[in-house]
Design a protein around this ligand. Structure first.
Ligand code: TYD
Ligand code: MG
Length: 451
């Protein structure tokens, strides 16, 4: 090997670096994810002169309210923390085909209608393909410039020359940097490209969106290897077979990370879903046992969803349990609590728990609803349709309080529910809300009697 060049092995999943090949990554436990890459050290034999900068006193640092560009898509603005911050680097990750390019092209569309200059750099699609997608989405103004380029040096030249306010790089895994000998999509290329974009963004005050594919096979480096470098990380997720998509903030240096944005993929691009509760409850069965509506908080927004359970006699010695959309172990735990504290003979029953709509919820506030759905299915008794249930369940069968009870109740009222079963502690702190009956319960027995 040539002098000054080093060969290193990188885990393509998490970016773990090792001097030897390994079968399993010690950091992320992924199998077969190590790929050899050559890393060249380009110090040119010279050592840069180091300049000393004086540290500043915190009171003397000047701040000005970060300038944010509103994208005009409320769902996206909320996840970003109120708009695009000038000079920020935003990573949009997601499975291939989920709609990342569509989302960002739509962002370009709304930005250019506000007369912002936007440059869309694609390394994946030809100009014609992008135009075809644009035709599906709608009208575009000439403030949107499109460039098909995979060489990052040429792309950054274009950015420096055109000075757009917003740049989209689709995708980081197709970009390559000539100074690095590794193949496009490898960990060292992706990292190097991102740090170059970071300098461009911070140096020129340009906001840059980077698209990153998530891959299971580890053929290209996943977005996780650059999460720590960027300002904001958003994941675009959803079932490819269902039409709704969720944009989730994972890291945000300029806002909260609990927010989600809900979209629906339609014929003409993505449509914002401003009332996800209504959307989640669509097509609910009537008078069916084992179905109950729960309320979970996603950031500052309450979302109602239907929880379904199916409990039936097992035909084999070992009962089957599955949980879709929530934590499997949590469901097992709740069933054990039901068995011990309420005397339900669940050990001879198969149980399937599902959150309808394909959304994933891990908030403990849906515990009580899961329990109710299981009891309802076991006893084959229908829970009244206009009832919502929320609360955390403890191991001794007590129902514990949850945060933001008032918002949850108000959301239920807005959607026409007439009865809420909530933890006693939360109900005592609640202000009076007209038009909805509130039942505070202290333990599982009370809750089951209330229904
Ligand atoms: P795309 O944005 O290309 O995904 P990604 O960039 O994340 O790989 O999304 C492609 C999918 O979206 C494709 O299966 C077709 C679908 N789609 C629509 O349903 N309607 C539309 O208007 C557009 C543009 C795409
Ligand atoms: Mg794409």
């Amino acid at each position: 090997m040539a002098k000054g060049k080093n060969s290193v092995f990188f885990c393509q999943n998490c970016g773990y670096e090792s001097s030897k090949w390994m079968g399993q990554c010690p950091a992320c436990k992924e199998w077969n994810s190590f790929v050899e890459e050559t890393v060249s050290k380009s110090t040119n034999g010279k050592i840069k002169k180091i300049e000393y900068t004086e540290p500043s006193k915190i009171s003397e640092i000047e701040t000005n309210e970060e300038e944010r560009i509103k994208t005009g898509m409320q769902e996206l603005d909320r996840v970003l923390g109120g708009g695009i911050v000038q000079g920020s680097l935003v990573l949009v990750g997601g499975d291939p085909g989920i709609g990342k390019s569509t989302l960002l092209l739509q962002v370009c569309q709304t930005l250019t209608t506000q007369e912002k200059k936007v440059l869309y750099i694609s390394g994946e699609e030809s100009l014609k393909q992008i135009k075809m997608r644009a035709l599906r989405i709608g009208q575009f103004t000439n403030d949107l410039l499109i460039l098909c380029e995979t060489n990052l040096d040429l792309a950054s030249e274009a950015i420096k020359k055109l000075k757009p306010q917003v740049v989209v790089i689709d995708s980081i895994q197709t970009m390559y940097n000539e100074a690095i000998s590794a193949a496009p999509g490898s960990v060292s290329q992706v990292r190097e490209s991102t740090s170059l974009l970071m300098q461009l963004a911070k140096g020129n005050g340009i906001s840059i969106f980077i698209v990153g594919h998530v891959t299971k096979e580890g053929v290209v480096a996943g977005p996780r290897v650059l999460e720590h470098m960027v300002d904001t990380v958003l994941y675009f997720e959803g079932d490819r077979h269902a039409s709704y998509r969720i944009l989730r903030g994972v890291k945000n240096r300029f806002g909260s990370t609990n927010e989600i944005g809900v979209f629906e993929m339609a014929e003409k691009g993505l449509i914002e879903v401003t009332n996800p509760s209504e959307y989640m409850l669509e097509g609910r069965p009537e008078n069916a046992s084992g179905s109950v509506v729960a309320c979970s908080m996603e950031g500052t927004r309450p979302i109602l969803m239907e929880i379904q359970a199916l409990v039936c006699q097992t035909n084999f010695g070992l009962p089957r349990r599955t949980a879709v959309g929530t934590d499997f172990n949590r469901v097992n735990l709740l069933m054990a609590v039901l068995e011990k504290r309420f005397g339900l003979q669940l050990s001879s029953c198969d149980a399937y728990v599902n959150i309808a709509g394909g959304i994933k919820i891990n908030e403990p506030a849906i515990d009580l609803a899961i329990v109710m759905a299981i009891v309802s299915s076991y006893q084959d008794k229908v829970i009244p349709e206009k009832t919502i249930v929320f609360g955390e369940v403890g191991l001794s069968g007590e129902v514990r309080s949850v945060s933001m009870a008032e918002q949850r109740v108000l959301e239920a009222k807005k959607l026409g529910f007439t009865r809420c079963i909530i933890p006693k502690v939360s109900s005592q702190n609640l202000k009076e809300i007209k038009g909805i009956e509130i039942i505070g319960v202290g333990n599982l027995r009370d809750a089951i009697h209330a229904i």
